[in-house]
Ligand binder design. Sequence first.
Ligand code: 4AD
Ligand code: MG
Length: 429
Amino acid sequence: MKVTISEVGKHVGEKVTIGVWLTNKRSSGKIQFLQLRDGTGFIQGVMLKKEVEENVWDVAKELTQESSLYVTGTVQADDRAPSGYELTVEDVSVIHTAEDYPITPKEHGTEFLMDHRHLWIRSKRQHAILRIRSEIINAMYEFFHQNGFVKVDPPILTPTSAEGTTNLFHTKYFDEDAYLSQSGQLYMEAAAMALGKVFSFGPTFRAEKSKTRRHLIEFWMIEPEMAFVDHEENLEIQENFVTYVTQAVLNNCRQELEVLERDLTKLENVQAPFPRITYDDAIELLQEKGHEIKWGEDFGAPDETAIAEHFDKPVFITHYPTEIKAFYMKPDPEREDVVLCADLIAPEGYGEIIGGSQRIDDPALLEERFKEHELSEEAYQWYLDLRKYGSVPHSGFGLGLERTVAWMTGTEHVRETIPFPRLLNRLYP
Ligand code: 4AD
Ligand code: MG
């Protein structure tokens, strides 16, 4: 019977056939150990010379790394094997012989691996990261569907900016200028006025000249937007959401977390409610620690890490200065110089994973902001309409998928958390 490696547990003692690639091989004169993978998992095949036909033994001996083949054998339960199973191989049939596979079991430099990203994703670590990424996406959809949200897809080609004009990706739209979406938020606000609670998930683009371990040029963002929801309620939804996703990864990705040697206690701690600290208090804390930062400045990565160190859960930093935040954020009615916003900072130095806020609902104030930010009122006419026709308090947030994957998998650099990263100096492969 043809099965996948993920299914072998249901076939202990049975003879099965699996389509696989050979990742590595060890042999003595009498026994060959074949390391096999099929995309669903990894398993060791054991071939005993005295148990197989001579030509089968010889074919196995000639197998090269990443050659594809069908193996037939009997599934054995084996406590010592990472997957819990082993295959006693009785027959092999080669599909394709790979020659000189560039990524060998020895160490390779990052640039070399990035040049071979299309092959690198086959390796055990990358396989585990990409599976966890998929689980996170699945859990995110689950959470929003369970909580009455409707999935809405905002456009990618847009006539204006959503998050400031400094990092827009410009392109031509026939005779007009267009930009790749930095965020679907503004469209999601329109959708929330139509459907109540909505979320989007898609690629977003920032032509940022930053070369840090947290920045991608193209990254994926999940963006919920909710009518009749204020700042405080927005934070509660975020902490419940992040808790749900973390627990799903813990429950459904044990093997992958083990491959990555992730410290599970760090993730087990992630339970709502999350601690909150105001921007004012964060500045004070940083100054006490000797950081060179003044009120009114944005946090750099080392600042965020220093704040995160105080907590063993993600922490919300709330009420940033109006000056340094996006034009659409609602000022705190008690204090106009700060806005009703929060960034969620992941533990262990993985940085900001969520940016969110309550939105301005007063049309006059919004018009004022367009002027201050030198945004063409004409281009945002439709957005202003949302405040003219039944304006309501509303809030939303955006979670960066790759930074979240980096945090949950314990991966140093976001380049390993997306199948084909777009970086400052990389568009290949
Ligand atoms: O904080 P940002 O810029 O917020 C927005 O775009 C809002 N419009 C979201 C909303 O309220 N609907 O981005 C949100 C998140 C960040 O917290 C970060 O996790 C991620 O997106 N992010 C990036 N991830 C990788 N590379 C980059 N260059 C990123 N820029 C932002
Ligand atoms: Mg932000």
